[in-house]
Write a protein that binds this ligand. Structure first.
Ligand code: FPP
Length: 257
């Protein structure tokens, strides 16, 4: 019998191996390797970003099909403003184009768009397009897709500390009342649960100022695949690895059973 099961598993597609009941509630992705992908192909860097948008579509579609409730993508960091002007402009244009193009897909799949970061730093066109899609999809319930744009976790934490300090100064809250739940309510991610699974592509193994508070207990998954090559199957592999990890949250194995 056991041998039969092994053969059956061997024949199962990656997608079939994912246990619906054990899906992460929140998946976050650091989409890295666009530049290297382009370089390997003798193309200019922006072509990597252009092809990166196709991988965004794959990840969003696969997540929605599986029933993942929250997907957050690191699309542009506070540090990315330091990149060459042309690259920054292209990324902003790609954002506007993708938003215009994908609004129908978001609506058809009942996906709500959200964004975190210093959104006021975005060029007017990108900011307005983003707000438009956020408004149009606000009642969708299947999945929340959050784009981190001009996002930096330290900036976010500084923002929280400033807001809380001001509330203390104005006697709106007492210092003693500050706890994790109050901090959560002041983060950009106030409407999102903690991250369960953080994926980073391209072989780099660092966090790069992404959701530092929110990944406290996330499982980290690193893959050598460059972002433009990231397909649904790559997400399935990450999810299977996640489902085979034991999440102890500081407890012992025995306490979990
Ligand atoms: C990192 O690769 C990727 C980015 C800084 C931008 C990610 C943007 C996209 C995938 C396209 C637009 C997104 C949306 C949501 C429409 P890198 O340039 O740092 O690659 P490298 O490390 O190989 O140079």
């Amino acid at each position: 019998m056991a041998a039969d099961r092994v053969i059956a598993d061997f024949n199962m597609s990656l997608k079939d191996q994912i246990v619906k009941e054990k899906l992460p509630n929140h998946v976050a992705i650091i989409m890295d390797g666009n530049g290297r992908w382009a370089k390997q192909k003798g193309l200019v860097r922006v072509m990597g970003h252009e092809n990166g948008t196709k991988a965004v579509r794959e990840a969003v579609e696969a997540s929605a099909e599986l029933g993942i409730k929250n997907l957050t993508l690191y699309a542009f960091s506070t540090e990315n403003w330091k990149r060459p002007k042309l690259e920054v402009q292209t990324l902003m244009k790609l954002l506007v184009r993708s938003l215009k193009k994908e609004i129908k897909t978001l609506q058809d799949n009942n996906i709500k768009l959200s964004a975190i970061g210093c959104l006021k730093d975005l060029p007017n066109k990108a900011y307005e397009e983003l707000q438009d899609v956020i408004e149009k999809t606000k009642d969708n319930t299947n999945m929340t897709l959050t784009l981190a744009l001009s996002y930096g976790s330290r900036e976010e934490i500084v923002k929280v500390i400033k807001e809380l300090s001001l509330k203390v100064k104005n006697n709106i809250i007492s210092p003693e009342s500050i706890d994790e739940s109050i901090i959560n309510k002041h983060l950009y991610t106030q409407n999102l649960p903690d991250v369960d699974l953080l994926i980073r592509t391209s072989g780099e193994q660092r966090i790069s100022n992404f959701l530092l508070w929110q990944i406290a207990y996330a499982e980290l998954y690193f893959t050598d695949i460059l972002w433009p090559d990231f397909k649904k199957e790559n997400l399935y592999k990450a999810l299977i690895t996640y489902q085979n990890r034991e999440r102890r949250f500081g407890k012992t194995s025995e306490q979990l059973t």
